[in-house]
Design a protein around this ligand. Structure first.
Ligand code: AHN
Ligand code: ZN
Length: 332
């Protein structure tokens, strides 16, 4: 009896000790630093993006109703067809400030169309019919190349699409290129109204390419190609999509681009994302180069002038937004 109980105690003590030892081991393995699985984000080819910007500009100003506009539409459709699962050209009519009804075409390229979780990437592909801010008054009704204001965002998105074919993202992505963004009234006419701008995005946000379309969030690229851009936190983006705005800015800062993606509040800009927020109810931000020090006090020096041509496009700038956006898409 005594020996038996001694044996029982011995077994209990031994079991306790060994389990204690196991427990200790378990704790130790739990204390090892937990590493998040790293995703391989594809490379962004800035030469390729630059070529896409140059190619758009080479057609001439992409003013709706012109040959350059339809030639560029044909080229963009062909390229996105090559790099995405589906491409839809959405034809629409819209009335400009001068009461003329014009034809427009929004271009929508989709990746993983079956995936319910989606990211929306946007830019406008038309160029402004008037250089109303040109220092030379005789040029203020001349159409602009829109190398930065238009072509730069499209060039970045087309290069991203090319990367998506090389390494498919897990999330669904829609690239929407709006038309008729930039046909707002020339400033000297003093007839500014928000609804005169972003006619393509107003149409799409009210009539998306897929019935009931939605996305987790949207990102608009506007004027991302001039040297040393300063992307400040735009006002509507802060109001409508603060969480995604902070997420994109912190991604950029982690990548070492904090000098360009500045943690500073900028003004509110009536741009395509406003309509996407208001009508489509998709929380959307605007990555827009804001320069309070410029002579127009808001945008890059050559904004809405004939100087917005290829000579001011910087490959490094295209690369910055490209890398940041690829990182956002592949880490989602
Ligand atoms: C305003 O000037 C109020 N919004 C400018 C939107 C725009 C025009 N982006 C590019 N071109
Ligand atoms: Zn513009």
């Amino acid at each position: 009896m005594k020996f038996k109980s001694f044996l029982v105690i011995l077994i209990i003590v031994f079991t306790a000790l060994s389990s204690c030892d196991q427990g200790h081991k378990t704790v130790q393995s739990k204390e090892k630093p937990v590493r998040k699985a790293t995703v391989v984000v594809p490379h962004f080819n800035a030469d390729s993006a630059y070529y896409y910007v140059d190619k758009q500009v080479s057609f001439g100003p992409r003013v709706p109703g012109t040959k350059a506009h339809s030639a560029c539409l044909k080229w963009l459709t062909k390229k996105f067809d090559q790099y995405s699962d589906t491409v839809i050209v959405q034809h629409f009519k819209a009335r400009t400030y001068d009461k003329v009804v014009r034809n427009g075409e929004n271009i929508i390229a989709s990746f993983n169309p079956e995936n319910k979780k989606r990211i929306l990437l946007m830019s406008h592909w038309d160029s402004r019919p008037f250089a109303d801010h040109d220092p030379d008054p005789s040029k203020r009704r001349t159409p602009i190349d829109g190398a930065n204001d238009g072509a730069s965002g499209v060039g970045v998105l087309l290069e991203m699409a090319r990367q998506f074919t090389l390494q498919k993202p897990t999330v669904g992505v829609d690239i929407v290129l709006f038309d008729l963004e930039d046909w707002g009234p020339p400033t000297d006419l003093k007839m500014y109204k928000e609804e005169y701008w972003g006619l393509g995005s107003q149409y799409w946000a009210k009539n998306p390419h897929v019935y009931g379309y939605s996305a987790q969030f949207g990102i608009l690229l506007d004027m991302v190609g001039a040297k040393d851009p300063t992307f400040r936190k735009e006002g509507y983006s802060r109001d409508y999509a603060r969480y995604y705005l902070d997420k994109v800015w912190s991604t950029a800062q982690d990548l070492g681009y904090g000098n360009y993606f500045i943690s500073e509040d900028g003004p509110a800009i009536s741009d395509d994302h406003v309509f996407v927020n208001e009508y489509a109810k998709i929380p959307s931000i605007d990555i827009i180069d804001l320069r309070p020090e410029s002579s127009n006090q808001t945008f890059f020096e050559y904004w809405h002038t004939t100087g917005d041509n290829m000579s001011i496009i910087d490959k490094e700038s295209l690369k910055i937004t490209g890398i940041v956006l690829l990182s956002v898409v592949y880490n989602d």
